[in-house]
Design a protein around this ligand. Structure first.
Ligand SMILES: [Cu+2]
Length: 123
């Protein structure tokens, strides 16, 4: 075994490993993005309103709640005996994904803008 080969053999596995790690990160990142777009309903918050104002989905599905409202902060929450969540203050440009695990009729509200209402029908 020459010196050159020993150096190559010592470094090759590590290089191969880091390449594989990088490749898997890229692959899973793509997969996550595709899954998110395919399974999530997207609800915008714009002009102090949810758009659309009503969404129907099946239990276990998710909604991506996006703040696309210029400079305004929103604060979506759901307070229901069956199921509740509070995503906190959401700055413009941010997105939060919320899963609805149970069937029912729910109304998502904004803690900052009382007129904002999102009707969610989960079957
Ligand atoms: Cu709001």
């Amino acid at each position: 075994m020459s010196d050159a080969c020993r150096v190559w053999c010592a470094f090759a596995p590590r290089r191969a490993g880091s390449f594989l790690l990088l490749a898997s990160v890229v692959a899973s990142g793509t997969a996550l993005a595709l899954t998110g777009d395919a399974s999530s309903y997207r609800v915008m918050q714009k002009g102090r309103a949810f758009a659309p104002g009503a969404v129907s989905l099946r239990a276990g599905e998710a909604i991506a709640i996006v703040n696309d409202d210029g400079e305004l902060v929103h604060h979506a929450y759901l307070d229901n005996p069956e199921f509740s969540f509070d995503i906190g203050e959401q700055v413009p440009g941010s997105k939060t994904v919320v899963y609805f695990p149970k069937a029912g009729q729910f109304t998502v509200l904004c803690g900052i803008h009382p007129k904002m209402k999102l009707a969610v029908s989960v079957k």
